[in-house]
Structures are given as structure tokens and as C-alpha cells.
Design a protein around this ligand. Sequence first.
Ligand code: WQD
Length: 341
Amino acid sequence: MATVLVTGGMGFIGSHTVISLHNNGFDVVIADNLSNSKTEVLNRLETITGKRFKFYKVDCCNKEELRKVFEENDIDSVIHFAGLKAVGESVRMPVEYYSNNINSLLTVVTLMNEFGVKKIVFSSSATVYGESEDVPFTEESPLGTCTNPYGWTKWMLEQVLRDCSVAYPELRVCLLRYFNPVGAHESGLIGEDPRGIPNNLFPYISKVAAGTLEKLTVFGNDYDTPDGTCLRDYIHVCDLADGHVRSLNYLATQSEGVSVFNLGTGKGTSVVEAIKAFEKACGHEIPHVFGPRRAGDIPVCYASTDKAREVLGFEAKRTIEDMCSSCWNWQTKNPQGLPED
Ligand code: WQD
């Protein structure tokens, strides 16, 4: 059975992807330093799948620690999620973001080369497109000027992998550009569990709906959009997870090179529309006020999904209502998030 190493597999997208991989017959090994996740996720994954996944608490920047994972397992491919990913934090801590995100991937690729592992799926982001009037973004859309160090690390790491695919001809790379992953597994046992006050819209709305936070501030309603608030391509995290399985299967049919795919729904949803959808899911109003724009936000961002559909056969199935109801189910079942280690 092909063994996939999932770095950052205890995180929000990583843990949902582990479930999809397992359900599709892959053997999974998880490496995670738990800097933004908790060991309780492993128990939840076992409850959901019936499998106790092999887990290594390692920092992907530490070659000796990570080498042990390759030595002890017959790794056939890697899905690399491990990395710092808070946009605002990256502006305050650029050195940590460049050092951690770049060194972790360089370490992974070095060990892949050492152990003859030739397939990698990389967790990239729509942030690499920067700001553009020309939407929806296609995979051929020019890469833009990122608005924060987090986005630049994704931009740079895509280039690192392109250069590696030239240096190591048999290396096959899939760059997945996520739009806005939200929602939770249908069981409500795992979900987005940010520490402290959430930066992103859905976890913030969820806590307002639960009464943990007083109200939502909508960052600007004077954009050139139908209701004045920003449009985003929200995609259910379980659809995103399925996209990774399809990408891995696709890489198995390739002999070399770099493939790029947008993972989105192709639909733009406004902040106000997201609030309304969440109110339907939770059954009551979400207190919110309109405030000033947030620096770095772009008005409209949504994906062209043609290439992922035509090449991977990938199409997001879940609706914005599914995203809200699954998010709300996770929130009500875990009002304080997962227990700390
Ligand atoms: C969505 C919309 C905000 C919070 C980020 C990363 C991106 C990806 C997804 C990792 C915007 C508005 C938000 C709030 C608000 N992450 N908003 N009030 O900025 O589109 O993308 O997360 O890959 O890389 O950049 O997501 O959820 O922060 O914001 O009005 O309290 O919600 O202005 O229009 P974003 P977000």
C-alpha cells in the first residue's frame, strides 16, 4: 500500500486530508511539531476512521528528526502542509515565517532526494495571485505582488519546487492553490481550531454565533462589489481534502514536472452573504457592524475551476450552506476547541 507522509497532518486542512487519504486506501504517516495543533486530533482521527495513525512529533526544519520518519517508513509520496500560515502574524514576524516555511520545505525535499521519494503535493495559496481585476484567477494568471510575508513564502516555495524539478528530473510536483478553506468534518469531531482571537472570517463568525465573541466587524462595505463587501471563494475543507487525493493519484500518472491547480468552487461569496448563510445554519442573528477596510485585503478573489475539473476530475460538491452548518456543528460540539495537550 502506498505510504504518504503528511507533514502538518494534525492541522486543519492536514487532518481532513488524512481522512480522505485513508478512505481512499492510502497508508498515512503524520509528521507535525504541534505548534498550531493538539495531540487530541490523533484521537479524533482514530474515532472517525478506526485507525491509529503513525504520528511523529517532529519539526520539519530538523533534518535529523525528520530523517527518522523516512528511515522507519517506506514513504512513496509527501503532502507538505507544515508551515506557519497567519497572514497578520507574518507581517509582525517575517524572519520566523521565512525561516520556518522555507527551511521546512528545503529539509523535506532534501530527504525526499536522499530516500528516492519522487512525488510531492505542496500546499500553496491563492494569495500568490496578489491583487488583480482579472478574475476568476486561472492557473495561468500572472503571480502578483503578495501583500504579506506568508504569501511571499508560498510564492517563493513554488519557485523552489520548480527549480528542484529541473535539478531532480524524476521529481513530480503538484502545486495546489487553495482559495478559502472553511467548514469541518461532518462528525464535528475535527474542525478549524485557531488559538486566541481568530483572524479569519469563518472561525470568527462561529465564535460570535456561539456568544464567545460579542460581534463581528465587517472590514469594509465600500468595495466595488454587489453589496460593498469583499468576495471570496470559500471551499469546504472536505472538498479540499478530496482534491489532494485526486492530485496524488494524478502525480502517479506523471513521469516528471510541475502541475498547478486551483482548488476552489469558482463562486465568489460576499462577507454579508456568508453572514446570512451562517445565520441560517445557527438559527439566530449574528451581531455585526461595518468597520474600515483591513490592510492587505483584495476586493474580489475566486477561482477558475476549469483545469482542476478537466485534468483532475475535481469539482467541489459542498455548498456555502454545508460549510456553515458543518462549521456550526463543530463549534457547538467543541465550544472551547480541542483540549490543550
Ligand atoms: C475573508 C473576508 C475579510 C475577518 C486568508 C489568507 C489566505 C488563506 C485564507 C491560507 C475578507 C473579511 C475577515 C473579520 C471580516 N489562508 N473579514 N471580518 O483574507 O481572504 O485569506 O485566509 O491559505 O492565504 O490570506 O480570509 O477569512 O481572513 O477574510 O470582514 O473579522 O472576510 O476582510 O474580505 P482571506 P479571511
